[in-house]
Design a protein around this ligand. Structure first.
Ligand code: HEC
Ligand code: HEC
Ligand code: HEC
Ligand code: HEC
Ligand code: HEC
Ligand code: HEC
Ligand code: HEC
Length: 330
């Protein structure tokens, strides 16, 4: 019971900025982006409505032709595609039947459609140079999840084709990005049903696995799971090579130090010039105070000067004391 309350609070902390955003009550700098997408009108609005009529919410109805009257039923949770999220996602300009067979327009859906092969990200995005799909795919294929492919894991395990929206990481939306990205992992790592679909392994309790980390809630709100679990790659904005747990970052000073690795991952969007002379640390400090990250060269010199100064004063003091003592006996 205690554990359950723990997990719920944990989830709430993590997803609150995201869910608040979707309900429209969260005011942030990135609202302009949201407004743009809210104004989006799909050329397939009407077409898609044929599907949303049933898949857009938890209830649907259809006319049963044998019985000759209307039947109401519940749409399974996992089969719901939320309309407002779809029209904000990367693939908002698509028609449902661009990716799904047009035969889905008939209901009941023909059984053989279940066997239909699905396009993978790389089928459409191969050769892309903006988002480095090929490099990402290569990394994914070396990551610990890849062995679960046969059981149904794929890019879609983390990127829902209907709701995934890319976030342009900026100083302003960093907290929101952290919450969004962590919710991706927690979709399986705090939901045993999803986890169990893919493995026979016993449930992993993420809270307990990270007990060594002090103040977990502060860390969950300020760093992403991928910071500690992936191998940093200079050439891709979001590293996808998730390493075995033994290789995850555990040393505090990987982040809590002048040369914080967060600069190569979470804060990568900042230009390298800004990073050079300690100014970059100032940005982290504005966002969140990372203990140790504010040590810069000038402060080091200053503290040496202060230290040296103090030694000098003590030295002078001792010198005069000795002279005074000597004078006493002369
Ligand atoms: C009258 C209601 C209704 C309409 C209209 C409808 N669906 Fe469905 N759909 C369902 C129900 C119920 C299920 C779950 C049962 C099943 O698989 O048949 C389902 C299942 C699905 C599945 C999952 C199949 C699987 O592999 O399990 C897909 C994909 C799908 N629908 C796509 C569509 C698309 C695309 C459209 C629009 C062109 C559409 N549906 C229109 C009711 C509907
Ligand atoms: C960019 C391609 C793409 C578009 C556009 C798309 N889908 Fe899908 N859809 C997929 C893929 C891929 C899956 C299988 C996901 C998986 O394996 O987890 C899927 C799965 C589904 C499912 C099964 C439940 C699930 O989430 O696994 C339903 C229902 C569905 N889609 C309905 C729709 C409807 C309705 C629309 C239009 C509003 C739509 N899809 C638009 C690619 C797409
Ligand atoms: C059926 C082909 C198809 C599939 C499958 C597909 N995409 Fe896309 N995707 C597109 C197209 C086309 C666009 C551009 C849409 C537009 O500009 O309106 C796009 C846009 C995007 C964007 C936004 C780019 C931008 O500049 O805003 C991202 C990110 C993206 N896709 C990621 C993915 C990921 C991740 C997957 C797999 C989980 C995937 N896509 C699967 C065709 C596809
Ligand atoms: C274990 C989870 C996971 C898997 C599996 C995964 N991704 Fe990602 N991916 C993420 C996360 C987390 C992000 C960061 C989300 C964001 O802020 O846009 C991301 C971001 C991306 C981006 C945007 C990069 C950018 O420049 O912002 C692309 C493109 C992408 N993934 C493609 C893929 C493709 C293709 C696959 C399959 C080969 C894949 N991903 C598999 C978790 C995953
Ligand atoms: C679609 C479900 C799903 C998602 C999403 C997911 N995982 Fe996993 N993950 C699993 C499963 C299942 C396992 C257990 C694999 C096994 O059988 O060993 C696992 C295992 C792990 C392990 C343990 C590896 C080991 O050495 O034992 C780590 C670490 C991990 N995941 C991190 C992440 C991170 C970080 C993310 C988000 C970027 C993520 N996962 C997203 C399903 C998922
Ligand atoms: C500060 C770094 C850090 C962060 C942030 C972090 N992890 Fe971990 N994680 C680790 C380390 C280190 C281990 C290995 C712990 C051990 O073996 O004692 C681990 C272990 C795990 C495991 C394997 C646990 C097991 O018992 O098999 C999973 C799954 C996992 N983490 C998922 C996540 C998810 C999901 C998130 C984001 C909510 C996350 N981690 C955030 C460092 C981190
Ligand atoms: C992946 C990077 C990362 C790692 C690894 C990491 N931390 Fe942190 N830690 C952060 C960030 C970012 C914050 C900022 C939180 C804030 O603004 O309060 C933080 C905050 C803290 C805080 C202050 C929490 C508060 O009360 O505000 C403490 C204490 C702390 N970390 C200790 C540790 C210790 C001890 C370790 C090693 C066992 C560790 N951290 C490992 C990134 C990290």
């Amino acid at each position: 019971m205690k554990l359950l309350i723990f997990r719920i609070t944990f989830l709430l902390i993590l997803i609150s900025p995201v869910s608040a955003k979707f309900s429209g009550s969260f005011v942030s700098q990135s609202d302009t982006v949201i407004q743009d997408t809210a104004a989006f009108v799909s050329p397939y609005e009407e077409d898609n409505q044929r599907c949303f009529k049933c898949h857009g919410q938890s209830k649907y109805s259809y006319t049963n032709e044998s019985l000759g009257h209307e039947i109401k039923a519940l749409m399974f949770y996992e089969r719901i595609v939320r309309k407002e999220e779809f029209y904000k996602s990367n693939h908002k300009s698509f028609s449902c039947t661009d990716c799904h067979s047009t035969e889905y327009a008939t209901f009941p859906h023909p059984g053989e459609l279940r066997m239909e092969a699905k396009l993978n990200c790389i089928d459409c995005h191969g050769g892309d140079e903006t988002y480095h799909f090929d490099a990402i795919t290569e990394e994914y294929e070396q990551s610990i999840h890849f062995k679960l492919e046969e059981d149904g894991f794929s890019c879609y395990g983390c990127h829902d084709p209907h709701t995934y929206r890319i976030s342009k990481r900026t100083k302003e939306n960093i907290k929101e990005t952290i919450a969004y990205d962590n919710a991706i992992c927690l979709n399986c790592h705090s939901d045993y049903n999803h986890f169990q679909l893919l493995t026979d392994r016993e449930e992993i309790n993420v809270i307990r696995s990270h007990e060594w980390l002090p103040n977990q809630s502060a860390h969950w709100a300020n760093v992403r799971c991928i910071e500690c679990h992936t191998q940093i790659n200079e050439n891709i904005p979001v590293a996808h090579l998730i390493k075995p747990k033994k290789e995850a970052v555990k040393r505090c000073n990987e982040c809590h130090s002048q040369n914080s690795m967060l600069m190569a991952s979470l804060y990568k969007f900042e230009s390298k010039e800004q990073r050079r002379d300690g100014f970059f640390n100032g940005i982290i400090l504005n966002q969140s105070y990372v203990i140790g990250a504010n040590r810069n060269e000038y402060l080091n010199i200053l503290s040496l000067l202060i230290f040296g100064g103090a030694l000098l004063v003590i030295g002078i003091h001792i010198f005069f004391r000795i002279r005074k003592e000597n004078n006493k006996y002369n």
